[in-house]
Design a protein. Structure first.
Length: 143
């Protein structure tokens, strides 16, 4: 009988410890912010476009990608093909800085001024993906 009581107490202790897990299941992808660029900020060709990314996620972000393209698919648009960054681990919060050098005006190549989009995607360890868009303007400097 004593053995049975000990087994019952052990069982109750295990059940109570397992049921105390009040953490919500991960149902959404990471939160993405570009902390240093307000919407529709104007950049000039020839400048550096510095992007401060902030990623947060309940289970951990492990990779992200970014790209830049014209909002209106202009014929001579400037674009940056998608760049995938592997974080070499899992982070519930991480800040990353990426820089793009916008090309200068030249006789050989002229890009279209206008509205552009910075597209950022991040994945967490549960394969949940979030996409974030930041509108910017890119123009040539006035001389």
């Amino acid at each position: 009988m004593k053995f049975f009581k000990h087994v019952c107490l052990l069982f109750l202790a295990i059940v109570s410890l397992v049921s105390c897990n009040d953490e919500e299941p991960d149902t959404v992808g990471p939160t993405i912010e570009i902390t240093n660029i307000p919407d529709n900020k104007e950049y000039k060709f020839g400048e550096s476009l510095v992007m401060n990314f902030k990623f947060t996620d309940q289970t951990g972000v492990y990779e992200y990608a970014y790209e830049v393209y014209s909002k209106d698919n202009l014929p001579k648009e400037f674009s940056v093909a998608q760049r995938l960054i592997d974080l070499q681990g899992y982070f519930t919060e991480i800040n990353q800085i990426q820089t793009i050098l916008l090309p200068e005006k030249s006789a050989a190549e002229t890009y279209q001024e206008g509205d552009y989009i910075i597209k950022v995607q991040a994945s967490d360890i549960n394969q949940r993906v979030t996409t974030y868009y930041k509108p910017i303007k890119i123009v040539y400097p006035t001389e």
